[in-house]
Design a binder for this molecule. Sequence first.
Ligand code: ZN
Length: 378
Amino acid sequence: MNCRTFRWFVIVFLVCCCAEVALLPVLSAQAVDTTSWFRLLTVDSGLSISLNGTKLSARAMRIGHTVLVPLSVLHQAWGAACAVSPAGSTLTIGSRRAVWQGMSATYRLDHLDLPWSVVPVLSGGQLYVPLRELMEPMGAFVGKRTPSGDVVVAYSTKWQKEPWLRQGQLAQLETVNLTHTSVTRVATTRKVVAFTFDDNWDAVAAVRIAELFRTYNGHCTFFVIGTNVRMHPDAIRTMVRLGHDIGNHTLSHPAATSITDATFVKQIQACEQVLNGMGLTSRPYFRFPYFAEDSHLMRIVTDQGYITVGSAWTIEDTGPNRSAALSVATVRRFISPGVIFVGHANSMATYDAMKAVLPELARQGYSFVSISELLRGR
Ligand SMILES: [Zn+2]
């Protein structure tokens, strides 16, 4: 080792030690949910970092075209652990491990030497690593949001074990490119709110939700999957009898972005045909499974005679951290006149959340409307 190399080695070692010390309080103070099925990290053009939509205090840095983030952010997002020894730095996320030596121009992952576009940098006691260069080979999806240019990184350690999860999650991620031509709310000062419930996997919960809204003299909207309609026709009849809207959510819930246009059209039509077989219709409202949509697909939906219904907020009743309490808290936080919420008629937890929150909203003067009532200005 020549003198210059040795000097670098000492600097890098000290730097990594500092970074490790900086990380330690985070590691011990805060349990990290590495099983979380979907974590989305966003770095905006102002270098602010958000995790699943919540802004973090740490900031990114940019060198040339490369965006770098502190290791502590990777820890927060995906439970990344950084170990430092004289042999080099190791970053572990799930079963993937990246190893690099100080200021070397490459790092090693799965027996491959991969180039850094910019070598890791120490600043303010934090070690910054190039985000895309590290996370993409780790198996993350890295993309850019248009037109803002925000860098988005989605990654789940679960993807390594269950690759089938990835498709749906990536489809969901594509919602970051939404062109916002779907209806997500209406501008009004009247206290109306449209709750919508997708999928209908749990027919008992769906019927209870349908009945609950009637006790407040209100309505809601169910976006149903054709195959579930076939399985639970009586639940659908109850929804219709109680005056709720039924919308089209395709026959079998594929991500529209991952099937051909022709298949997508068939999926819409087949859902409609199942309802037609019962003397009902899904027209004119459509919601994309996973909100996997783009302007081309929206045009297809329009050509089929449907209006695409999005939502301003989810009630957080999917994912591993779902609970009635979280859904209630989310509704409380985001309720405003004319807003469309999306939930899922897939479990009693969603019913429990509605049962808890509707009386509160009613006391505040809100009435509960279906999509057609919302758009008609009821
Ligand atoms: Zn759905």
